[in-house]
Design a protein. Structure first.
Length: 454
């Protein structure tokens, strides 16, 4: 598979992001798969880090059943490709579709010639005999395997490109970044073949590799400190953002990628200083974000930022929560080229409706409604509200969308205040907002003033 074919397959210009779930159990695997896909990753790999590959098989089947459309890959740790491909073929015959297989050791012998690769050839024959049709990511000069001399990286990659779809390399150990010179040598050796990097990738160093490789397979670099088994959504968002800003055909983009801010909000969201404070007392919201909309550049920059966090191809429809989510939601819908669905307070629509009960920021109960059957099952809906204070209103909107068999593609808002329910929302869905971590405490305790940014 060449680079152009790879990027066409994954529908991305920069490196495809394939988070690696080190599986503990079914619940943990599904939770992290949901997080990865919800954030916009192109797919996921499951790996049996702490038990035999036999125990991983039913988890693979369960994950596939719950996520029938995702790109699902596996790594059977400690199992050679010669033994893994028959298992993949059997899974396929049982109706469990595995889209990609990654082996740490593709058994390439850089000291021999292309025609004299008995181990790699045996793996290739096992692949053909299995009938399995997925993508093969083969470990070349890979961590934990037989060491390859530095002056042989290029030859190893050149040979590897003939035996696999994606040449796959790594740093010297789990979580260790690969030396740039090594990746450059392997890129030169494999020519136009697709190349994946599988260790030590972080949002901070990803720009260094973005024009050299076509795929980041990542776990430690997007995990919380000391937690090998779960993804940190902020780190994953940031890495995906770096990838979206990259173009594997344009080396000149590297500097721009390195300077780019991640999806996690930054202080560059200058329009926050335009938010007007409450001057009418505790019966009203503590500030007025609509003052942003009065400034054409501010409204445009706000819309552009939030819309840029979502791939238009991953969103089918934008829904805005009435009334304050309407202007921002409609603006984002226009920017993405999508239709707009109004989610309104109960009793407002003159057509047949779907309704749910919800508790708003004030704690009181309300009804939310939308027109009946506004979309087909499986439609991916981006939900927009102006502000998320407690998460109650957004939860009502999610119930409406998912109750009609829609899929929540993400949530966009100016600010998400830190509350128990909003934390749950951020863990379960892709949530994008504009407040930096430095400013977040000021918004959480309602002490922010726009003049603080002057």
């Amino acid at each position: 598979m060449n680079r152009k074919e790879f990027h066409k397959f994954f529908k991305c210009d920069g490196p495809a992001i394939l988070p690696v779930v080190h599986v503990l159990d079914e619940e943990q695997a599904k939770r992290n798969v949901q997080l990865a896909i919800g954030e916009g990753a192109q797919g996921v790999f499951l790996i049996n880090h702490d038990f035999s590959h036999h125990k991983l098989l039913p988890i693979i089947a369960s994950v596939r059943k719950e996520f029938p459309r995702i790109l699902l890959g596996v790594n059977f740790l400690g199992v050679s490709g010669k033994n893994a491909f028959p298992v993949l073929g059997r899974l396929a015959r049982e109706g469990v579709a595995v889209d990609a297989y990654w082996a740490d050791n593709a058994c390439i012998d850089e000291d021999a010639e292309l025609g004299d690769q008995p181990y790699a050839q045996a793996i290739d024959q096992a692949r053909k005999d299995s009938g399995w049709k997925g993508l093969y990511f083969g470990g070349t000069a890979f961590k934990g395997q037989r060491a390859v001399r530095e002056d042989s990286y290029g030859k190893a990659a050149s040979i590897a490109a003939s035996f696999m779809d994606v040449v796959t390399t790594s740093g010297r150990a789990t979580g260790a970044a690969a030396r740039i010179k090594k990746v450059e040598d392997i890129r030169k050796g494999c020519g136009d073949a697709a190349l994946a990097l599988a260790s030590g990738i972080t949002p901070e160093n990803a720009p260094d590799y973005a024009t050299l490789v076509d795929c980041f397979m990542v776990a430690t670099g997007i995990s919380p400190p000391g937690d090998f088994y779960n993804f940190d959504p902020d780190k994953l968002r940031a890495l995906i953002h770096v990838s979206q800003l990259s173009d594997h055909n344009a080396a000149e983009n590297t500097a721009a990628v390195a300077a780019a801010k991640p999806l996690s909000p930054s202080d560059e969201q200058w329009y926050l200083k335009l938010i007007a404070p409450n001057t009418k007392g505790s019966c009203f919201a503590w500030l007025d974000p609509t003052s942003i909309y009065l400034n054409g550049k501010a409204f445009t920059d706000l819309t552009d930022y939030l819309a840029s966090c979502f791939d238009p191809e991953s969103v089918d429809l934008v829904a805005g929560i009435g009334a304050m989510g309407f202007p921002l939601g409609a603006s984002i819908a226009y920017k993405l080229g999508k239709g707009f669905l109004a989610l309104r307070k109960g009793g407002k629509l003159c057509v047949e409706v779907e309704q749910v009960l919800y508790s708003c920021y004030s704690g009181s109960g309300h009804t939310m409604e939308m027109r009946k059957n506004p979309f087909e099952p499986g439609t991916r809906v981006l939900i927009v509200d102006q502000w998320i204070e407690t998460g109650g209103t957004m939860t009502g909107a999610i119930k409406l969308i998912e109750g009609s068999k829609g899929v929540v593609a993400g949530i966009a808002t100016i600010c998400v205040e830190t509350k128990p329910l909003t934390r749950e929302l951020c863990q379960k869905y892709k949530v994008v907002h504009t407040v930096s971590s430095k400013l977040q405490p000021l918004f959480d305790d309602h002490s922010f003033l726009g003049t603080m940014l002057d």
